[in-house]
Design a protein around this ligand. Structure first.
Ligand code: CDP
Ligand code: CDP
Length: 230
């Protein structure tokens, strides 16, 4: 019987957090939790309902009424909101452009962090986001801050676009940098490398190389903890 730890992976948009976190979770047989998908799900409901995205009170009330469930599925994770599968709707440019405004609201953050801590209570979780190492799981046994240059991150995202999407690489890079700026500059739980997080710059690395590095760090952390308990 080996120990299970929690792994926090934070960083800016397009750094590879979700892709890599999913691989790490699968290699260790841990549960993967994409916290960005939860903020995207709230944003979808805000846009659908017409509630102004800067109204902390109204958006907070809406968020409190959402039952957000993450289920393992297919090549990722299925996101259900009040029983409805919204997975396919979460990665639109419209949500990209609004999510950081919704994610800076105090009541939304409070609610999401509470749900996320409950999901990680049993250990054996790989959670990716912006504030996991600093705020949601400050006691995570392994924290990684994953980055890459803005250009590289924009290129990765550009390759993922639906054919025919009307956006240039330069425009996409500007939008990514604007979202990162909003995430870094917000008051509550901003995007920030935790003091005890390892920095991993994935520029020029493949997904498998990044995942393997983190798996090795994870296994080393498990060994250290097992040795300390003896
Ligand atoms: O996949 P990508 O990096 O583009 O974004 P994401 O991880 O799906 O996160 C979308 C947005 O949700 C971020 O830009 C943040 O505004 C917000 N977010 C957050 O505030 N805190 C988290 N733990 C995760 C996401
Ligand atoms: O979650 P985050 O926004 O940090 O990134 P993502 O949604 O995982 O998207 C990263 C994209 O870059 C995916 O299409 C990956 O296949 C690709 N990629 C990567 O994640 N890591 C590398 N080292 C190279 C490419």
């Amino acid at each position: 019987h080996t120990h299970r730890i929690n792994i926090a992976i934070d960083g800016p948009a397009g750094a590879g957090k979700s892709t890599v976190a999913r691989k790490v979770a699968s290699a260790l047989q841990y549960v993967y939790i994409d916290t960005g998908a939860m903020y995207r799900a709230v944003t979808l409901k805000v846009l659908d309902s017409g509630v102004p995205k800067d109204d902390d009170e109204a958006v907070g009330r809406l968020a409190d009424g959402l039952d957000i469930v993450l289920l393992p599925g297919g090549d990722g994770q299925q996101v259900r909101v009040n029983g409805e599968d919204v997975t396919a709707k979460l990665r639109s440019l419209e949500i990209n452009r609004s999510v950081s405004y919704v994610a800076r609201l105090s009541r939304v953050r409070l609610r999401m962090a509470e749900l996320q801590r409950n999901m990680a209570a049993g250990k054996g979780v790989v959670m990716d986001g912006r504030d996991i190492g600093t705020h949601v799981l400050p006691d995570a046994e392994l924290k990684v801050f994953l980055t890459a240059t803005p250009r590289e991150r924009a290129k990765r995202r550009f390759l993922e676009l639906e054919p025919g999407t009307e956006i240039t690489l330069d425009q996409l890079e500007r939008e990514i940098e604007e979202r990162d700026r909003l995430d870094r500059e917000r008051e509550i739980a901003p995007l920030l490398q935790a003091a005890d997080a390892r920095l991993l710059d994935s520029t020029g690395m493949t997904v498998d190389e990044v995942a393997e590095e983190i798996v090795q760090w994870g296994l080393a952390a498990v060994r250290t903890i097992s040795a300390e308990e003896k």
